[in-house]
Each structure stands twice: as C-alpha cells, then as structure tokens.
Design a protein around this ligand. Sequence first.
Ligand SMILES: Nc1nc2c([nH]c(=O)n2[C@@H]2O[C@H](COP(=O)(O)OP(=O)(O)OP(=O)(O)O)[C@@H](O)[C@H]2O)c(=O)[nH]1
Length: 146
Amino acid sequence: MSAAQGTHLPPLLVVAAALISADGRVLVQQRPTGKQHAGLWEFPGGKVETGEYPETALVRELAEELGITVARAALTPLAFSTEAGAGRLLVLLLYRVHIWSGEPRPIEAPTIRWVSPAELVGLPMPPADIPLVSALSRAGCADLLP
Ligand SMILES: Nc1nc2c([nH]c(=O)n2[C@@H]2O[C@H](COP(=O)(O)OP(=O)(O)OP(=O)(O)O)[C@@H](O)[C@H]2O)c(=O)[nH]1
C-alpha cells in the first residue's frame, strides 16, 4: 500500500462482546451522555489498555459494565472492523460469548436490551459496528450457539 493510502493515524484497539442468549438474541447497551456516540447502541466492551491482552480487557470490561463474570475460554473471535476518525484508527474486535455467570445489568450504560438479529439491523449504532452487525445477521445469532 502506498503512503497516500495510509491513514497516518495511531491505532486504538477496542474489544466488544456479542452476548448471545439461549433464544438467539444479543445484548446491546446505549452509550451514556457525554461520551462519543452518546445515545447510540453498541456492544459492551471498551479500550484495551497498554500491555493488556484483548481477551483480558474484555473480561474486565464485562465485569465493570454488566457485573458478569466471563472466562477467557468462553470468548470466541467473531468479526472485526476498522474506522478512521477522531485522530485515530479504531480497530474493533468482536467476540461472541455464550456462557457467563451473573445477570447482566446496566452499570455504566443507561439501558441494555436483548435484540434479535433482525432488530439489531435497525438500531442506530456507530459506523464501525455496521460490518459487525452484518457478520452477526449473516450467521444468525441462534446458529452461533454451541
Ligand atoms: N464498547 C464499544 N465501543 C465501540 C463500539 N463501536 C464503536 O465505534 N466503539 C468506539 O470504541 C471506543 C471505545 O470507547 P469506550 O468509551 O467504550 O471505552 P472505555 O470504556 O474503555 O473508555 P473510557 O473509560 O475512556 O470512556 C469509543 O470511541 C466508541 O465509540 C461498540 O460496539 N462497543
């Protein structure tokens, strides 16, 4: 790739989870007021800290945001996307999660929802989520269950 095609932006690594319920629905949460993309729906997750494994970061974020415990072995890579903007190249890694302990509750987000793949397609989400939603809808959430 030539320099003209490069973004010249530092990468920002973000991990996110598709929590899939036994009836094939996926959990989304609303971004809080005051944050980038406030009010839009997103997959729970967050930034990977320096020196942190992405999977460790996701386990940490799921405990902080939803109060659930997830084993690293319960995370399966599902899809990723990239988005240049706001002075960085966002690299968003989506893992599927089908086993956790605890009842997910909105600790940092104003609201959480369990939605079907069809409902997910109609939700307002950040641009980087669009390819992730396509990957989930193509597969069908229920087909991603073990
Ligand atoms: N968690 C999450 N972040 C997403 C998604 N899609 C997307 O573009 N992002 C972006 O990825 C970045 C993650 O930021 P965050 O605010 O959730 O992460 P964090 O909790 O570690 O950040 P903070 O504590 O610094 O606010 C934001 O720029 C956010 O807009 C998504 O589906 N889930």
